[in-house]
Design a protein around this ligand. Structure first.
Ligand code: 2BA
Length: 107
């Protein structure tokens, strides 16, 4: 058995958890904070059989792949005058650790 620890963005977490539970994986969702950006992210714990690890990674990747999005940014170009323009930002992505589980007990 393996334990997957997957760190995903908060924006993607709902879709990833829904996809995993629909595929009958058990998931625990933790509210976490990245050490570098000090911003909130989501850590998912998924315990599963060895042969299902790749499918689980594929499901997580489907809803959290790294992508570029256009977001509106605002710049001031004169006293009291502002303009809005789109900028490209990178969002999403997942960091996944796969650990061996020595023992799995449900009481
Ligand atoms: P990612 O590498 O995609 O990492 C996203 C989040 O995943 C991280 O948030 C952290 O919470 C977790 N994570 C990634 N690798 C990990 C690891 N080896 N061990 C434990 N947790 C891990 P943040 O720490 O806020 O980092 C956000 C983004 O900033 C990173 O995206 C990376 O692109 C960049 N970054 C992180 N640390 C950096 C550093 N020391 N120097 C430069 N850029 C850094």
């Amino acid at each position: 058995m393996k334990l997957l620890i997957a760190i995903v963005s908060n924006d993607d977490s709902h879709a990833v958890v829904s996809a995993l539970t629909s595929a009958r994986y058990s998931v625990t969702k933790l509210a976490t904070t990245g050490g570098f950006l000090r911003a909130g992210n989501t850590t998912l714990l998924v315990g599963t059989e060895d042969e299902k690890v790749q499918e689980c990674i594929d499901i997580i990747g489907k809803d959290s792949c790294r992508r570029t999005e256009m977001v509106p940014a605002t710049a001031s170009f004169d006293v009291g005058r502002y303009t809005s323009y789109p900028v490209e930002v990178q969002v999403g992505g997942a960091t996944i650790f796969v650990l061996n589980v020595e023992q799995f007990v449900k009481l």
